[in-house]
Design a protein around this ligand. Sequence first.
Ligand SMILES: [Fe+2]
Ligand SMILES: [Fe+2]
Length: 248
Amino acid sequence: MPEPATSTKSNGNGVIKVAAMGDLHVQEDAQTSYRDLFGEISREADVLVLTGDLTNLGKPREAELLAEDLRACSIPVVAVLGNHDYESGCVEQIAATLRQAGVHLLDGQAVELNHVGFVGVKGFVGGFGRRMLGSFGEPAIKAMVAESVNEAMRLENAMRQVRAKRTLVVLHYAPVPETVAGEPPEIFPFLGSSRLAETIDRFKVSAVVHGHAHRGSYEGRTPGGASVYNVAMHIAKPTGRPYALLEI
Ligand SMILES: [Fe+2]
Ligand SMILES: [Fe+2]
């Protein structure tokens, strides 16, 4: 299990420090700037990972504001999108803006940085364990389950692309119920899907990070034992900062 990093940036021992944070929800009229935080992260970590809901309403201008703030980030950035980034039907424009800003935006792909494989997919809803939504009844329910299964299959395909010995899985939706604990139980099925954990457990991974559950819990494990961290900005973390620092 990777230990939360406590010392300063890594220096050639093979282990890298990854800062991970989700749910920035950048707004058009926001007074909040992430510039200082991105500058701080660049001094603390080797790679920044953003776990979706980068924009609040999925508006192109929100993505542009984030891209401007990301100029203060001098380390590589890996990201997945979240459900909020889809809200305005401009997801392609948002993705293009972020990619132009140099972000490794993953949607069923992998990228290797500093000898670590980063595998990213948004994931989807569906629920956990034996209570997962099944493919039965109306076409709309079947379409929902199919989307959940499809995201897990895209994660599997991305995992197969990895050649590095160490892998960090980057999601928006949660793969386990432990890290959504704290949210109202009624909405657990909308916060993630065990299908993601089933896929993860077929591979050897160093850790999994996700967001989406703003009122969830920081730490959990897949049934196979992979460490899972909910890094939504709102979650209290060992760093005492909005981002987690993981040694991978
Ligand atoms: Fe969010
Ligand atoms: Fe979300």
